[in-house]
Design a protein around this ligand. Structure first.
Ligand SMILES: Cc1cc2nc3c(=O)[nH]c(=O)nc-3n(C[C@H](O)[C@H](O)[C@H](O)COP(=O)(O)OP(=O)(O)OC[C@H]3O[C@@H](n4cnc5c(N)ncnc54)[C@H](O)[C@@H]3O)c2cc1C
Length: 519
């Protein structure tokens, strides 16, 4: 297949870019499962933007920089923040029906942790779904955008440091084909699946970051992985977030035996900031060996709980947990990848004609910790800018270059898929245990040793057997695990969400962690 612009991923970043780029080019979007399946679809809280008269760009910039703990790029923060209101309006024009107050006259702006003002626009508690649906509708109405579901990007094709497109696995036909493009855009989202517990859906295996790394792009600040303190713990509940609002309404964290513990960690107890709560739960679990802690809101009026948290109540009931009577079992979970492929504010990477947008990219907005609801904002602004750069490239009339087909050599069908499953599990567990919320030099060294062995095993397996989507993802989470471990080892301090017991203080010199593979 050939196209002007190839977009890999159908979350907010990929879809918004495709809509803009369809004004001047033919666009192909490939997406590895059903088109709505993305982190975007599960975003609950909303989008941060300066929209109230009491708020200001300066305040939003300041809050973002405060969360980022010295590592944000101020110029990037300013540009992204200032462009927020414009893109919120564009989403409204595309049909996104944000929640309103005052008989529908004003947007309902909520406040989240780390924000000094009410500035989060939302659609009840399903903002992401509403955005995803409206963007998909807009895409469907544009004939020069083609969407291919169940098409998995395997590897980028880069020649003389220019991207020519990628190899794609078609899950329905079970075959690999070449997709050549003038411009290739990675919008593949986050990488929560690298960890045992995550709020992310299954698609979040960091494929784009891994592909860009293998192709020689610079990867930045991967040690900064944000953990959400409370994800539902149940063998069949894969990734359901229990919103911070439950603690906001008085929910108390307790051990399985019913002992409150947050008083020992912070004066605000269960209402302490996100990373402190995540660290405290991690510590309690390590001390007790328990599988989870509990979030107790049973003392509140049952009708209030059901009305205030209809989604959470419904989801918990599906697993036989009545949150009005039983404490909810929770664990912290990997939530947001603050690092990614190093880009500028247009998504430009150090490989020609390869752009990275959304959660896979790292512009410098988040620094060492992301301010809540800034990620959807970043995805919008960077996608928009990226489309403008694409327009000037397309105007210069570049040619599409074909490349050699995928080589599987003598690969045969695997009769031992259990190896893939075991390796998946081992990586996610070792990342959780050794490279999680609280790190130490010893734990990181242990993780490095294990991932090196696993990588050897996976590489053997990868070339001996025909590829499958599971194998593609396994290779990617292994690559990302290694990059995260290496980045964490390189940072000899504790900063933002990277906490190392052996380096509890901050260094005077503030710098990004950059990792680049020699190709
Ligand atoms: C539970 C939850 C709640 C959140 N709440 C908020 C919030 O309130 N506010 C906020 O700002 N942020 C929130 N976030 C973060 C935010 O949702 C994400 O950062 C953002 O949606 C990422 O958008 P994206 O377009 O970069 O990636 P995604 O939306 O994840 O889309 C990635 C796309 O790439 C595709 N893909 C991946 N790999 C491949 C491959 N190899 N081949 C083909 N396709 C591929 C996927 O199938 C998917 O379509 C939340 C995240 C989660 C998980």
């Amino acid at each position: 297949m050939k196209t002007d612009i190839l977009v890999i991923g159908s979350g907010i970043a990929g879809l918004y870019l495709a809509i803009k780029a369809s004004e001047f080019a033919n666009v192909v979007i490939i997406t590895k499962k059903e088109k709505a399946e993305s982190n975007t679809n599960y975003a609950q809280g909303g989008i941060a933007s300066v929209l109230s008269p009491t708020d200001s760009f300066e305040k939003h910039v300041k809050d973002t920089m405060m969360a980022g703990d010295g590592l944000c790029d101020k110029k990037i923060v300013e540009k992204i923040v200032k462009n927020g209101p414009r893109h919120i309006q564009e989403l409204i024009n595309l049909g996104v029906n944000f929640s309103k107050v005052k008989n529908g006259e004003k947007l309902d702006l909520t406040r989240e942790g780390g924000h000094t003002e009410h500035r989060v626009v939302h659609v009840k508690d399903f903002t992401g779904k509403e955005i995803e649906n409206n963007l998909l509708n807009a895409v469907n109405n544009r004939p020069n955008i083609k969407v291919y579901e169940n098409h998995v990007a395997i590897n980028l094709k880069v020649k003389n440091n220019a991207c020519l497109g990628c190899y794609v696995y078609d899950r329905m036909k079970n075959e690999v084909y070449n997709l050549s493009a003038k411009i290739t855009i990675l919008a593949t989202g986050g990488a929560g699946k690298v960890y045992l517990y995550t709020s992310n859906p299954d698609i979040a295996s960091g494929d784009g970051i891994a592909m860009a790394y293998r192709a020689g792009a610079t990867i930045k600040n991967m040690e900064f992985f944000q953990f959400h303190p409370t994800c539902l713990y149940h063998p069949y509940a894969k990734s359901f977030l229990i919103s911070e609002a439950v603690r906001g309404e008085g929910g108390v964290l307790k051990t399985i035996s019913g002992k409150e513990f947050m008083d020992n960690y912070h004066e605000m107890a269960s209402l302490a900031p996100r990373d402190i709560v995540a660290r405290a739960i991690d510590n309690e679990l390590k001390k007790s060996g328990d599988e989870h802690v509990c979030l107790d809101i049973t003392f509140k009026d049952a009708d209030f709980v059901k009305k205030r948290f209809p989604n959470i109540y419904k989801k918990c009931m599906e697993f036989g947990i009545d949150m009005t009577k039983d404490p909810i079992p929770v664990v912290p979970a990997a939530h947001y990848c603050c690092g990614g492929v190093k880009t500028d504010i247009n998504g430009t990477t150090d490989i020609e004609n390869l752009f990275v947008i959304g959660e896979s990219g790292s512009t410098g907005l988040h620094g060492a910790n992301r301010l809540a609801s800034n990620s959807l904002l970043e995805a919008l602004v960077v996608s928009n800018n990226c489309s403008e750069v694409c327009q000037s490239i397309i105007k210069s009339n570049p040619t599409i270059q074909e490349f050699e087909p995928w080589e599987e050599g003598n690969a045969v069908d695997s009769n031992e898929n259990v190896v893939v499953t075991n390796n998946w599990d081992e990586i996610r567990r070792l990342m959780w245990n050794y490279v999680g919320i609280v790190r130490s030099n010893k734990r990181l060294a242990r993780a490095k040793k294990r991932i090196t062995n696993l990588q050897e095993e996976i590489n053997e397996y990868y070339w001996d057997f025909k590829i499958t989507p599971d194998l593609i993802e396994l290779r990617n989470i292994a690559t990302l695990a290694e990059v995260i471990i290496d980045s964490a080892i390189m940072r000899k301090e504790s900063r933002g969400i990277h906490f190392n017991l052996d380096f509890p203080d901050k260094l005077k010199e503030i710098k990004d962690t950059l990792i680049k593979k020699r190709v």
